[in-house]
Design a protein. Structure first.
Length: 107
């Protein structure tokens, strides 16, 4: 079985990567929604140093660190690989609640 993003070893990571990618592409949530859950502290605690360096370098080159710029470097695949799935799930659940997909209220 082949999963998108080359994550054939871990279907759960592939699922989270696909859901985050789809949510962004279909504007169910936006980069700032993702980073409201994957906060700077979460990113700093879980991303490998070389990836954090790339985020910083891209932001310095652009003159600003925006959610969009962060997610250009930290792709959905990288989020699913490094960020705790509970954090990604909170983002997905909040988007589902806002869209009226669920009757659960997420604050």
């Amino acid at each position: 079985m082949v999963y998108r993003f080359g994550m054939s070893q871990d279907p759960r990571k592939a699922w989270f990567a696909n859901v985050v990618k789809s949510g962004l592409e279909n504007q169910i949530f936006n980069p700032s929604d993702v980073l409201a859950h994957a906060t700077p502290d979460v990113l700093a605690s879980h991303l490998p140093p070389e990836l954090l360096s790339k985020v910083l370098a891209a932001s310095l080159a652009a003159g600003a660190m925006t959610p969009e710029r962060v997610l250009e470097t930290v792709t959905p695949e990288m989020l699913a690989t490094h960020i705790p799935h509970e954090v990604l799930w909170a983002c997905i659940a909040a988007a589902a609640a806002r869209a009226g997909v669920t009757n659960v209220v997420v604050s």
